[in-house]
Write a protein that binds this ligand. Structure first.
Ligand SMILES: O=C(O)CCC(=O)C(=O)O
Ligand SMILES: [Fe+2]
Length: 307
């Protein structure tokens, strides 16, 4: 299995410089492999639906556009925004319409076409074995950055202390669950300040998401809630909210996951190991950290993310 970065926390702690050095080398190799895949895909892959690679307003649910309009209007506040969203318990998890059904169908059809091609494929993260890394398909600039930027007025009101107004990079992928592949996803938290998770279809039963505590605020007996998927709708949650996915019982489930990052927040403290990050150079957005003097362009990964 190809791996990308180490996205989920591990138990072990760094004990020696040589382990750090080995991790730096491993990271560099992963980055190099991903750059090579991206180059091959951009040269050789023929999209079935080339239009889905560039975000257009017509892909977005009219209610989504209305919510963004509200958030950018004078006097918009959290109270007003909440009247447009579904809220789940007191965990600051919210659901909102994001995409039209037609867009979801065309997007999944495109991703299936890619899956069936003989192109090289990285995998979304260390826990999902199936799905597509959208930066390798070239979707970061024309689709995901504009989508993240459209969301900023919303996340600014919902998650101000997590840098919701300045989520300046992301890692985006689509996860796929089906009966003979991955069925479920174990409990984890994301390498993100804020996560967007949009249900794209197809037909499936079960497979609800579940959410427990915020990792920085654990309780002695965590309370879990389950949240169903609704086609075209997205959940916004804090990346540090412990969560996972229950097994599907039939069909196929595809979801778009956007891990949104704020360099201003994570440069101070790595969200995975809660220590000051130790950085190595990366391609593209890396893991969303920046060197102090180059804050406009998130471009580094944190080797600690493993600790
Ligand atoms: O299966 C899902 O919809 C959630 C995926 C997820 O939490 C993740 O990839 O970080
Ligand atoms: Fe997650």
């Amino acid at each position: 299995m190809n791996r990308t970065a180490q996205d989920f926390p591990r138990q072990s702690q760094w004990s020696s410089t040589s382990k750090v050095e080995a991790e730096v080398q491993r990271r560099k190799q992963l980055i190099h492999q991903s750059v090579e895949r991206r180059a091959i895909i951009s040269k050789c892959y023929k999209p079935k639906h080339p239009e889905v690679y560039t975000l257009q307003d017509s892909f977005l649910a009219p209610e989504f556009l209305e919510i963004v309009r509200f958030c950018t209007s004078p006097g918009a506040d959290l109270q007003g925004l909440l009247s447009y969203l579904e809220s789940f318990s007191d965990k600051r998890i919210y659901r909102l319409p994001v995409f039209t059904e037609e867009f979801c169908q065309a997007f999944v059809d495109e991703l299936e076409n890619f899956e069936q091609s003989d192109m090289p494929k990285g995998r979304p993260n260390t826990m999902n074995n199936y799905g597509v890394l959208l930066n390798e398909l070239g979707m970061d600039e024309p689709f995901l950055t504009p989508l993240r930027e459209r969301l900023l007025p919303v996340t600014a009101l919902l998650y101000p202390e997590l840098g919701g107004a300045c989520l300046d990079s992301h890692k985006a992928f689509v996860v796929k669950y089906s009966l003979h592949e991955d069925l479920d996803l174990s409990s984890h938290y994301d390498n993100a300040e804020v996560t967007l998770n949009v249900s794209l279809g197809k037909e499936f039963t079960e497979g609800n998401l579940y959410f427990g505590d915020f990792n920085q605020d654990p309780s002695p007996v965590p309370r879990y809630i389950e949240v169903e998927h609704v086609g075209g709708r997205g959940l916004l949650h804090r990346g540090g909210q412990i969560h996972g996915a229950l097994p599907i019982a039939s069909g196929q489930r595809w979801n778009l996951i956007v891990w949104m990052r704020s360099s201003a927040i994570r440069n101070r403290l790595c969200p995975m190991c809660h220590r000051k990050p130790q950085l190595v150079e990366a391609e593209g957005f890396g893991d969303g950290f920046t060197e102090p003097l180059q804050e406009e362009e998130p471009q580094t990964v944190d080797v600690c993310a493993l600790g």
